[in-house]
Every structure is written in C-alpha cells, then in structure tokens.
Ligand binder design. Structure first.
Ligand code: ATP
Ligand code: MG
Length: 334
C-alpha cells in the first residue's frame, strides 16, 4: 500500500489550547513519520470568518507557527505553510461551491454555534467555511485528515463534495478519510466538562493554553470541575474525571485504564495534582523551544515560504485538472 497523503489545517489564533495540542498537533507530529507528504496549513483565511483585528491576526499567526515548530513539526519532514500564500485554495473554493448543496451547509453545527455568538455580523464567510475547508484538503488529493472529533461533520461534507464532483465531472478528486486519536479526540472544558475546550466560546478558567505558565496550569487543573463521587474512573456520569484521565493518559503516553488502576483509592485532590504535573511536563519542552523560535520572524517566514512553494506545486496540478474537467478555460487536451 502506498503511503498516505496527510493534510490538516489549524487556525492562527495563537492561543492554541490543550485540546488542540492533544486532538490535533500531537497527531501532526506523528504524521510526519508516515505521511508522504504530511501537509499542514495555518488557515488565516478561515480566521477572517469571525470578528478579528488585522494587526493581531499577523501576531497570532506567528505565535501559531512557532507553537507548531516548537511542538515538533519539522519543515524537512512536512510541508508547513500559510493558507493565503497558496491562491489555489480560494479558487478551488469557488469551483467546489458548484457541487456543494446549500442544504448541507445549512446543517453544519459549527455554523450554528459560532453564528449565534457573533455580535455585529454573521458573515457569509462563516457559512462558507466548510467549502474552503473542503478545498484545503481536496487540493492536495489528501487521503487522510487528522483532526479532533468536532470536525467530523466538516470532513463528511468534504467527502460528499469530492464524490459529487467525481460523479458529475469524472474522477479528479480523492475522497479523504477522517482520522481522530483513540484517546483525546475531544478534550473538554475543565469548568464545563459537557462542552469541548475551545478557542471561542469556552470558559477562560477551564481552558489550558499551550503557552500557559506552569502555575497557571496548576491552578486551572486544581479547580477543574469533577463530581460528588470519590472514584477515579471513567464513566458517562463522570465527564470531568473522564476528561482528566484522558489528559493524563496522553501526557504520560499510557492507556486510560493504567491511570485508573494507578489512582484506585486516591482522592480527587491528589489525582488533580498528578494531572497538573503531567501537563506541565508535557508542555515544558514546547515552551522552551517556543521561546527560542518566536522572536525570529524572518526565520518563520522562510520556513513558511519553503512550505508554500511545495504546496503550490501540488495544488496547481489539481486545479489544472479540476478546471479542465469543469470546462473552465481552454481545453488541456488540444
Ligand atoms: P475555534 O473554537 O475558533 O474553532 P478551535 O479551538 O476549534 O477554535 P481550531 O484551530 O479550529 O481550534 O482547531 C484545530 C484542531 O484542533 C482541529 O483539528 C480541531 O478538531 C482540534 N480541536 C479543537 N478543539 C479540540 C478539543 N477540545 N479536543 C480535541 N481536539 C480539538
Ligand atoms: Mg475549530
């Protein structure tokens, strides 16, 4: 079997949190080993779909780039680039919109959630977000998309778009597979464990940021909401404890069951302390490398430029084929 073509995108919000790290970034680092290529895109064009400040977007963009490199993405082993540097994404968005059902976009949970939180304007961009996301992936004929569980519906939609394109215009696009980690695909807000940890719409005290100082991490985990019981075990009625077990399992690289047996009979206070130390240890090497990498914006730009060039070469070929199949521009076969 040939190696998978892996693609994933991440928003340049800068304040990436533990959910992003465990659900997505950790998978990216592993994907570099088996993807050929493994392609990671920082999606600035997605970020403009909600209220934002232009100068801040640029700053947060560099923060995000440095976080990804600090976490272990290596431009020698992956393609890391800025979405807006490869214009093919926006062109393909429009072309794919011709085979995207308006009714499907209307059903997207993320649009419903995020649109209800907008104060000034619910942009058409927010509604169109999944089409741009489909273009991101389909432009590279990617076979695998490592994401967190919240992206399931968007990946299903891009699969539908690819299938509809191929049926209507002939095989040109690849129907990608969704990949979520076995543990940690949905890290929950520490203060509200029924809700996913999130950049938008989560509680500040319940969100651990990758760049939080150790003391802030300890404080947030120390005040994590649990339940009135006393057993450290996973369960439907134990959302808070289940979330903490998953976090510690990932931090230590062990099975959640191993955490349950280790903490059998332990109190919640001691358990939370252990989770905090696990997270501090998980993130401290990332902090150190981030501090080295973030100040050199020219080096960050150089890495991104190298990535964009490689990405463009792949995307341009797909676009040529898509345009040709759709009857856009002069025929390629003449
Ligand atoms: P926003 O709320 O603005 O959409 P976000 O926190 O979802 O921000 P993104 O940059 O959109 O951040 O997501 C990057 C990746 O992180 C995606 O693959 C997403 O599925 C994953 N992810 C986001 N939140 C979680 C979470 N709580 N647990 C696991 N994975 C997550
Ligand atoms: Mg998101």
């Amino acid at each position: 079997m040939s190696a998978p073509i892996i693609f994933s995108g991440i928003q340049p919000t800068g304040r990436k949190h533990l959910g992003n790290y465990i659900g997505a970034i950790r998978q990216y680092v592993e994907a570099q080993e088996h993807g050929d290529p493994a392609i990671f895109c920082i999606v600035d064009l997605h970020a403009i779909s909600v209220a934002y400040d232009p100068a801040e977007l640029r700053e947060r963009f560099y923060d995000t780039t440095a976080i990804l490199l600090a976490a272990g993405l290596d431009p020698a082993h992956c393609i890391l680039f800025r979405q807006s540097d490869v214009r093919e994404h926006t062109e393909l968005t429009w072309l794919l919109s011709a085979v995207t059902a308006h009714g499907d976009l209307n059903r997207m949970h993320q649009f419903k959630d995020k649109s209800s939180r907008q104060r000034e304007l619910v942009s058409a961009a927010l509604f169109f977000y999944p089409v741009l996301m489909a273009a991101d992936v389909l432009a590279y004929r990617a076979t695998e998309v490592p994401v967190g569980d919240d992206q399931r519906q968007h990946v299903e939609l891009m699969r539908e778009i690819a299938r509809r394109f191929n049926e209507r215009f002939g095989e040109a696009l690849v129907v990608p597979e969704f990949r979520i980690p076995e543990v940690g695909a949905r890290i929950m807000d520490l203060q509200d464990p029924e809700r996913k940890m999130s950049t938008t719409g989560a509680t500040e005290a319940g969100t651990v940021y990758v760049l939080d100082e150790p003391d802030a991490i300890r404080k947030k985990l120390g005040s994590a909401v649990t339940d009135s019981g006393r057993e450290v075990r996973r369960g439907e009625d134990k959302a808070g404890i289940t979330n903490l077990i998953d976090i510690l399992a990932v931090a230590r690289g062990v099975d959640p069951a191993a955490i349950e047996s280790e903490f059998e009979g332990a109190g919640y206070g001691d358990f939370k302390k252990a989770v905090a130390e696990g997270v501090v240890e998980l993130l401290s090497p990332v902090h150190e490398r981030y501090a080295e990498l973030r100040p050199d914006e020219a080096a960050l730009e150089a890495a991104l430029a190298e990535g964009a060039e490689k990405a463009r070469a792949i995307a341009a070929k797909t676009l040529e084929k898509v345009r040709d199949r759709m009857g856009i521009g002069p025929s390629q076969s003449r």
